[in-house]
Design a protein around this ligand. Sequence first.
Ligand code: SAM
Ligand code: SF4
Length: 362
Amino acid sequence: MSAPPVTLAPEAIPTQLVDRFGRTVRDLRISVTDRCNLRCTYCMPEHGLQWLPSPQLLSAAEIARLARLAVERLGVERIRLTGGEPLLRRDLEEIVAAVSTLRTRRTGTKPDIGLTTNGLGLDKRAAGLRAAGLDRVNVSIDALAPEQYAAVTRRDRLEDVLRGVAGAQAAGLDPIKVNAVALPADLAERAPQLLAQCLRRRWRLRFIEHMPLGPRGSWRAEDVVDAAHVLDVLKRAGFSLTPLGRPDRRPAALWEVAAGVGPDGQEYPAGQVGVIASVTAPFCTDCDRTRLTADGRLLTCLFSSTETDLRGPMRAGADDEELIRIWAAATWAKPRAHGSDDPQAGDSGFTLPARTMSAIGG
Ligand code: SAM
Ligand code: SF4
């Protein structure tokens, strides 16, 4: 009697993105372009940055396909579109609409869709983006005095940005979060003014510690304004702050701000302020993020020196399962913390990635 044929069990196809340290990815940041219409000093050099040639950028359909795998096959629940400046993509509404047709595995609802933008042109796009399914926006505003804003962004565009945020608010995008990098210049004046104005407009302000992700040589550990210093500046300006911790172990530590009178003598209502201490207190142990660059490379960490190509296999005809395996294998190898697995990490403990923040997608 001949032996029954041996059937090999098919290799299991991953159903989530987990790493060696037990973290599970729930949050995908997709950079949709490396281009930008500002030149923030902490992010881009003034001149000389080469843009990716258009054929190298993922198309809207390619982004939609990878987002579908992430959400419907791999357990991702939040998608954030970023860049470069994502509003420079004319098909951003199409991308948002495609992502909003997806259904998360856990709740069967659409993923939470956020946009990180500098706000330029947002007034004209906000209603369309909201109709396409966008839930929230984070707008980067480092100063509310035009000359200070221009000094940081190298462009005199503050008025346009404020028009953009007003448009987002009018379109019902809520909450509006404002990101400000904690830079030393004029901090004692800039930070209290920003906070008072954001409280009045009901925008949620978060200061971010300056990370070494801008032009090479533009960052020095000794210049980093840490979270404690930002809080000290705010307290000295008269803000009464009560710590709320890091709700849901998200990157921002929050403080409740009591109502008061701002540096301009005008009242502000009670609200909150956040500080993201990505340099002095990195949240790597709670990290549930992964990143996709505009040219289709996976980065498991902002500071990763390893990139995993998804665009090449996708354009060579890889099926969904092959892409899922590549994605899961890259995630498994995610480093424990910034630069921690890299012998080249400098004294700061950071490995410097090959790309600047604008090309990674913040
Ligand atoms: N252009 C959009 C914007 O400015 O919001 C999206 C891309 S930008 C790279 C995303 C976020 O990264 C912004 O909030 C920006 O302030 C932040 N960022 C850029 N370079 C940074 C750095 N070196 N350290 C900390 N945050 C940085
Ligand atoms: Fe452009 Fe955003 Fe970078 Fe500023 S932070 S240069 S707006 S990508």
